[in-house]
Design a protein around this ligand. Sequence first.
Ligand code: URA
Ligand code: URA
Length: 331
Amino acid sequence: MQRNQWKAASAQLLKHWSRSGISQLPTSTAESHSVAASWLETHASLVFETPESANPRVNADVSSDSQVAPPIAANLVAEPSPQRQSVPFTPQAVAEPTLKSVAEPKTLAIPSSSPRSTSPISTTQPGSAGTWNSKSLPILERQVAFDALNAQVIACRKCEEIVCRRQRTVFGVGALNARVVMFGEAPGADEDRLGEPFVGAAGQLLDKILVASGLKRPEVYILNSLKCRPPNNRTPAESEIENCRPFFEAQLETIQPEYIVCWGAVAVRAVLGSTDSVGRLRGKFHFYRGAKVLVTYHPSYLLRTPDAKKLTWEDMKMLLKDMGLPIPGKS
Ligand code: URA
Ligand code: URA
């Protein structure tokens, strides 16, 4: 890649970051320079084909080397997930779902131009419908914002007890224009090893629930209240959720899903700020900014308490109905 192209790309990434409200960049090291350079090589066509790169101001902004901070690439590419079992999720008292009848979910309309608001994130207001703080971003800008955010996650060392034990950070995975975000608790041992959420036993059950619902894993977005595994899978501390809040709130604000499903009590605490039980909160929609929030049991809880699966299936049916999607198994 030409040096001037590199500079233009760096400047453009910095603009994306600042527009995304990201002010703190990870430390620049020789390693981060080489990662950034290889990221730019693979993303060169994306970066350079946008109209902004033709803007002479971009080059003017980078006339001196000292003004250019190196872009820090994010390692979003997780290692392959372990083999998943193909046994379907079969909630008790519910007919085996047929998947043929499931329609393609509608994709979100994404406006082509969208200056991003720099206003601070507002407090969550459970109980009332709200709006997103910023305009919806085009998909490429979402990806750039997520790459930068993931670099911050990788560099984050706020939770002292966790950071020295983690193997990988677990940013999140899925469609950046997903209608539904699946919000879990925290990575476990498998997620910590592979860097992807919900790939262990709980993840396999989540996958079965998605298949049974006619939702495809790559079409939803999956993330947790924590990016790192708490030692021995203990419940995340309140302070750890707060340390991670800027990350998951930025992800939700960027995706702007229509729905968020909170899997278990920790997700509820993170998204709705409520310490009420899952049993009390499930069965109706709550709100987080512009999204409807549905509360259901955590897949790990369902593995221990199979009787509750039928309740989670009721919750999924409520979600599908509200989304205007067919309910598998129902003619
Ligand atoms: N449990 C969670 O809540 N999240 C994961 O990613 C894995 C297990
Ligand atoms: N308590 C939890 O933390 N999660 C559940 O899913 C159910 C009870």
